[in-house]
Unconditional design. Structure first.
Length: 132
């Protein structure tokens, strides 16, 4: 259940292709090897209304949160998080070079006792692999 939610300031539209950003995060999550492929979700939400630091329209932000289920130890989470953050941060190097920009990434673990899910994607992926 690795669900990535990216919130970003609307002024990034001219500088960042969000379709590429979500694909970079998805691919990096797969590369970690600790998330089930059928559970990975990455979405980006444009924030039209925001205020940053001194209120300058030149400042932008991208804040990513990963919600995941229990069961991965701290070392595995840290290694995966570092890999994903490095991939995203490297992709955004031009934004850092050209403007004032804040990037953040936080992980949150969902308590299995208060998290409900229904998903048939895992079975569909297994069937595709089995039947080619």
């Amino acid at each position: 259940m690795p669900h990535f939610t990216i919130e970003y300031s609307a002024n990034l539209d001219a500088r960042v292709e969000m379709d590429k950003v979500v694909e970079i995060v998805r691919r990096a999550a797969v590369e970690t090897g600790i998330f089930p492929l059928g559970g990975i979700r990455v979405r980006a939400i444009r924030c039209e209304h925001y205020a940053i630091a001194d209120g300058s329209a030149q400042s932008g932000f991208l804040a990513m949160v990963l919600r995941l289920g229990e069961g991965r130890d701290l070392a595995a989470r840290q290694k995966a998080g570092e890999h994903i953050f490095k991939a995203l941060s490297s992709h955004l190097d031009p934004v850092f070079a050209a403007s004032r920009f804040a990037l953040s990434f936080d992980m949150q673990i969902n308590d299995k006792e208060t998290s409900w899910k229904r998903n048939n994607i895992h079975e569909a992926l297994k069937a595709e692999v089995a039947h080619g």
